[in-house]
Write a protein that binds this ligand. Structure first.
Ligand code: ADP
Ligand code: MG
Length: 609
């Protein structure tokens, strides 16, 4: 039989390699920024259009390339950074595989402009899908500009696989953070769709962190510093009140390279034990310098994982250093006075004074009166449910199937779940300030008040966001809140939806001036609600896509709902029950947890056998 093995043509091999190196626009950003740093740049500019889908450009003022090197740099395994296999064990550059440019050029339209110091003219090179389109002598400043257009233009499957601009931009910003924090001695700026997102002058690490995350973080940074035999450790941890709901601001750098390590994260987190509010995560920016021969960076093509020779000692060292710093800077004792006491006191005890128990007897008690009241109650219930879904129907478009299913489901629920027998006494009772117990035809229903209210609010927010007929309450004085430029960007990005819940906001670089808020929101809750929304958005970005409207409605519902532990008067309880069973999906919270359980008389009987 004839031989069948062939060597793959270069452009095919490059495309295959590209699959490993370039997962998304953010991977290109990382590679180009790292090349600029390896080229000893003093200033690096990143320009992005449409979250990198149409354009990624990195401009540096580094050493540039000769004409020959410019051409060679796009060949696979072309690198100036290692010469022998031994070099691999003492890496002090970011790149070394010589794959990035070849891979990127295989799957995009690339334009390179580069000039070395002291030369009059530089080189301009255009490459599309690994093919050189043109090469010219060009007048260009010292350094290198690499422009990458139409990423994945020749691999539609990959292009379609890209997430929304919000998600892809978030990934780019994450990479940008990792690079700029590791190199405060280099000036960086970043533009997205012509707007400036970051402008970071050369500074020390503390100032760089502040420039990236906003001036409010300055007072929250606690330095860590220790020189040990295994590693030199430096950087900052955030005071416990800096702790966030998202895991965002957690950075380890090994020899100025961002790395991920669940194991070392655990070391830091455990040093914070007992100091953090529930569900918040500590922030840290920790730099470790180790002998390059004692680590192995080369275990993953995207190089964020690292193997340490002596991981256990490093764990112990980190934990004790962070603990020591938190203690030394008096963070632990200060905390007790500093934090909001509401967070510590269970809701149930919040407004509770010392009350002597009293027994009151209702001399006017008349069971038949109660019965008549009950009748009215039942009628009112149905009426309010009816009015609720009638309202919905008229508001929604007539073609909207959803409105039909609302009324249908609600009718069914009212018809079967609740007892319309006029002789019974439908009443509600709040149990442990958490559950609302009510009678139904077959027995009883126990409702979790917090989840039920989340469901109710969630459907209302969804409705108001999609129906566009919003009412907003004007604030007498605008509420000014401070955010990082990234947070401002995110808020602007979802402003259309925010506006439809009732928010009216004006933005500048680092501030949001809020002049209108949703009607059911108190001004004092606004800051909390918005930070919840931001946390949810950032948390959701890494998951499989997300629906902006849905995330927004969920976080609004979560942060504005009645909480477990909150006492509810009889009227509020009834309202809650009514509203819940008028929902499209009364049985589940927006987070897919059950909102109520039922227990039939039969089941109760069973328990008494
Ligand atoms: P690696 O960084 O692993 O060496 P790349 O494909 O990223 O591989 O780059 C190939 C070579 O091109 C580099 O080794 C370097 O010599 C050169 N190069 C790439 N980007 C730049 C730049 N911005 N300035 C100067 N030289 C560069
Ligand atoms: Mg490189």
């Amino acid at each position: 039989m004839a031989d069948i093995i062939q060597l793959l043509p270069d452009h095919v091999a490059n495309q295959i390699a590209a699959g490993e190196v370039v997962q998304r626009p953010a991977s290109v950003v990382k590679e180009l920024l790292e090349n600029a740093i390896d080229a000893a740049a003093g200033k690096i500019t990143l320009i992005i259009k449409e979250a990198g889908k149409t354009l990624i450009q990195v401009v540096d003022d580094g050493i540039g390339m000769s004409e020959t090197d410019a051409r060679l740099s796009f060949e696979r395994h072309a690198t100036s950074k290692i010469r022998t296999a031994d070099d691999l064990f003492k890496l002090d550059t970011k790149g070394f595989r010589g794959e990035a440019l070849a891979s990127i050029a295989a799957i995009a339209h690339v334009e390179l402009n580069t000039k070395q110091e002291g030369e009059d003219l530089g080189t301009k090179l255009k490459i599309e899908g690994s093919k050189v389109i043109s090469q010219d002598v060009a007048a260009t400043p010292k350094g290198t500009s690499l422009l990458v257009k139409n990423l994945f233009y020749n691999i539609p499957a990959r292009r379609n696989f890209l997430k929304s601009n919000a998600v892809e931009l978030r990934h780019i910003i994450d990479e940008f953070h990792r690079v700029v924090l590791a190199h405060p001695n280099i000036a960086f700026s970043m533009y997205h769709n012509d707007g400036e997102l970051f402008n970071l002058p050369v500074s020390n690490l503390r100032q760089r962190i502040v420039n990236v995350f906003g001036s409010k973080v300055n007072e929250l940074l606690v330095p860590v510093e220790e020189d040990t035999e295994i590693a030199k450790i430096s950087g900052f941890v955030g005071k416990p009140k800096f702790a966030k709901r998202t895991r965002g601001e957690q950075f380890f750098f090994v020899n100025d390279r961002f790395v991920k390590s669940a194991y070392l994260h655990h070391a830091v987190a455990s040093a914070f034990e007992g100091l953090l509010r529930e569900k918040t995560h500590p922030s840290y920016f920790i730099f470790m310098e180790l002998d390059p021969e004692k680590i192995d960076i080369n275990i993953h093509p995207t190089k964020t994982e690292v193997k340490f020779e002596d991981e256990h000692s490093l764990y112990a060292i980190l934990k004790s250093i962070v603990k020591h710093s938190l203690g030394q800077f008096n963070v632990a004792p200060v905390l007790d006075f500093d934090r909001d006491a509401n967070l510590d006191t269970p809701y149930a005890y919040k407004d509770k004074g010392f009350v002597t128990p009293k027994v009151t007897v209702d001399a006017d008690f008349n069971p038949f009166k109660a019965e008549t009241r009950a009748k009215g109650f039942a009628k009112k219930n149905t009426a309010s449910w009816e009015s609720l879904y009638v309202g919905l129907e008229s508001k929604m478009s007539d073609t909207d199937q959803a409105s039909k299913s609302v009324s249908f489901e609600s009718e069914e629920v009212t018809g079967t779940l609740f007892d319309d027998d006029e002789l019974s006494l439908p009443s509600t009772y709040q149990l442990h300030r958490k559950y609302i117990v009510s009678t139904i035809k077959s027995g009883m229903v126990v409702i979790n008040q917090e989840r039920a209210h989340q469901r109710i609010l969630y459907e209302r927010y969804l409705e108001s966001i999609t129906l566009k007929d919003t009412v907003s309450q004007q604030l007498l004085f605008p509420l000014k809140l401070h955010y990082t430029s990234v947070e401002i960007h995110l808020l602007k990005d979802m402003y259309g939806e925010l506006e439809r819940t009732g928010f009216v906001i004006e933005f500048d670089q680092e501030n949001a001036a809020i002049t209108g808020i949703p009607i059911n929101l108190a001004e004092s809750e606004v800051s909390e609600v918005l930070s919840q929304i931001l946390a949810d958005f950032q948390g959701n970005v890494t998951k499989e896509g997300f629906n902006q409207v849905d995330v927004l409605a969920k976080s609004m519902a979560k942060s504005t709902s009645i909480r477990n532990g909150q006492p509810l008067g009889a009227e509020k309880q009834t309202q809650l029950v009514n509203d819940l069973f008028a929902c499209k999906e009364p049985s589940l919270s927006p987070f897919n947890k059950p909102t109520f359980i039922t227990m039939t008389v039969d089941e109760l009987d069973q328990k008494f056998t």
